[in-house]
Design a protein around this ligand. Structure first.
Ligand SMILES: *[C@@H]1O[C@H](CO)[C@@H](O)[C@H](O)[C@H]1NC(C)=O
Ligand SMILES: *[C@@H]1O[C@H](CO)[C@@H](O)[C@H](O)[C@H]1NC(C)=O
Ligand SMILES: *[C@@H]1O[C@H](CO)[C@@H](O)[C@H](O)[C@H]1NC(C)=O
Ligand SMILES: *[C@@H]1O[C@H](CO)[C@@H](O)[C@H](O)[C@H]1NC(C)=O
Ligand SMILES: *[C@@H]1O[C@H](CO)[C@@H](O)[C@H](O)[C@H]1NC(C)=O
Length: 249
């Protein structure tokens, strides 16, 4: 890997140090999506297919050079598709420990749901009864995101989200075109800084972007661009709800 990528990764690791948010075994939980109204019984064939899929999927992702694996199990109406992804700067051991937490959350909090996504800061896992892997480059695929509300910006949310969107935009080209794991990270410094709910003033804003490595470069770039473009709208929505919201960049 290139010197610039190493430099950026160090900055991302440094930032992780400063955000001890909701934590389970040291892994920060980000988001959970019970994506489907379709359900299955806990003793069904579909359930055993999901269980049979998730172990090997996590092992494959953790041992893969790009931290990613896809798979399927079962057949016919009981077939399940899945993917597991490690964050680009997370090693296999750490990723495996992170992915090991996901089934408990999926089965416990989306019990019986046939399509579930679990996002941790360092890994993500999805399984579904639809073959969502068939077209990773589909620009019409719905965007999924979660908000980390553990630390809020109490200063100037609009200025913050503007900088954060710029920060997300800057490494996107690198992630899409120059990284086989489709990952890049960066940092931006604001001289003026931002007041937050847990630090007096924060000047550095850290960002990372990552596509699943099955995205072609242009599709990855397009997807990251859509997310970046949505950030101000998410910010406005939060401000309507409660005045001090922040989108985690
Ligand atoms: C699954 O459990 C339900 C209720 O607990 C039971 O009625 C059904 O027979 C079970 N099905 C199988 C295949 O074991
Ligand atoms: C993997 O990452 C974890 C967490 O950052 C670290 O404690 C561990 O030493 C790393 N393991 C290897 C083999 O690099
Ligand atoms: C999952 O369920 C447990 C127990 O009901 C609850 O404490 C936890 O907050 C839930 N987690 C999420 C992410 O909904
Ligand atoms: C890819 O890396 C090269 C140097 O290795 C750099 O000049 C170029 O700007 C990078 N491309 C993108 C899109 O970041
Ligand atoms: C941040 O703001 C959200 C809503 O905008 C709120 O639900 C949450 O409690 C706030 N967090 C803190 C730490 O103040």
């Amino acid at each position: 890997m290139d010197a610039m990528v190493s430099f950026l990764l160090l900055l991302a690791l440094f930032s992780a140090h400063h955000h001890p948010a909701r934590s389970q075994g040291g892994f920060n939980f980000m988001n959970l999506l019970c994506n489907s109204d379709n359900s299955y019984a806990l003793n069904s064939t579909y359930h055993s297919n999901v269980v049979a899929l998730l172990g090997p999927l996590s092992a494959d992702a953790s041992s893969s050079t790009v931290g990613f694996a896809t798979g399927a199990a079962g057949r016919g109406p009981d077939q399940v598709w899945g993917l597991a992804l490690c964050r680009g700067d997370v090693n296999g051991t750490s990723c495996a420990a992170c992915l090991a937490l996901a089934p408990g959350v999926a089965f416990g909090n989306c019990s019986g749901v046939r399509d579930v996504s679990v996002y941790y800061d360092r890994c993500l896992l999805r399984f579904s009864d639809e073959d969502f892997l068939a077209s990773p480059d589909d620009p019409a695929a719905p965007v999924q995101y979660g908000l980390n509300l553990d630390v809020n910006n109490t200063g100037d949310p609009a200025r913050f989200v503007g900088l954060a969107a710029d920060l997300v935009g800057a490494p996107s080209g690198w992630a899409a075109r120059n990284s086989t794991s489709r990952y890049a990270a960066g940092v931006m410094t604001s001289a003026q800084g931002f007041a937050t709910t847990d630090f007096a003033v924060v000047r550095n804003i850290y960002g990372l972007v990552q596509c699943t490595p099955d995205h072609a470069p242009e599709a990855c770039l397009g997807c990251l661009g859509r997310l970046r473009d949505e950030m101000p709208a998410v910010q406005r929505h939060l401000r309507r709800a409660v005045p001090h919201g922040v989108v985690q960049p």
